[in-house]
Design a binder for this molecule. Structure first.
Ligand SMILES: [Zn+2]
Length: 204
């Protein structure tokens, strides 16, 4: 399901790419809107593009292994150690996935909607916590701010939002829990080698 709508702030035409998209950033005025069926609700927030060097870019297409992808949008997070980027990808035309890029390393993350994590304040580094079937060793507990956004996103988080997060490992899996202002999201992912990400028209 793709649909054409207009930015509620500046009236620019926007093309919503698929049914997973919940948030759209207008490429003309930077205002952020929530997708509510056929309507766009302005959030009153706006963003400027944050340039973090990357081989990926909005609308880039390519392959991850034998699957094709298109970049629908991204969020840029700032924390004490710098920045990381979460790319929202459409895969094989109908699936969605988040790909985290952190200092040139990529991981593919799947959101786990039914997993309920412990409260943030109960978690400390070095602890092992239970998340569904996974025993997760906690190696990072910190805060970050979403300082940039671009394109279309399927996330419960908005630009400007402060989040708290927990990163850990469970066997070969990377676990990330993001405690946003409204929602808590649990992701389970795997690191992927840079060479398995093939980008059409790579410009970087
Ligand atoms: Zn606009």
């Amino acid at each position: 399901m793709a649909q054409d709508v207009h930015c509620p702030t500046c009236g620019a035409p926007l093309h919503i790419r698929n049914r997973f998209v919940t948030t759209v950033t207008c490429e003309f005025c930077g205002s952020v809107s929530l997708v509510d069926g056929a309507r766009l609700d302005p959030t009153g927030r706006s963003v400027t593009a944050v340039q973090v060097p990357s081989p990926l870019y909005l609308d880039a297409t390519g392959r991850i292994g034998n699957r094709s992808f298109r970049v629908l949008g991204r969020l840029v997070y700032e924390y004490d150690g710098g920045f990381w980027t979460e790319w929202f990808l459409e895969v094989d035309g109908n699936r969605r996935v988040w790909m985290v890029e952190d200092e040139g390393a990529f991981s593919l993350l799947q959101i786990q909607p039914r997993v309920v994590p412990p409260p943030f304040d109960d978690i400390t580094v070095g602890q092992t916590i239970q998340l569904g079937d996974l025993s997760v060793f906690v190696n990072e507990v910190d805060e970050a701010t979403i300082v940039g956004a671009e394109g279309q996103l399927g996330a419960g988080r908005l630009p400007g939002e402060a989040i708290r997060y927990v990163d850990g490992t469970a066997g070969d899996n990377e676990i990330s829990i993001e405690y946003g202002e409204k929602e808590v999201e649990v992701f389970v992912g795997r690191p992927i080698p840079r060479e398995s990400v093939q980008i059409d028209d790579e410009t970087y």
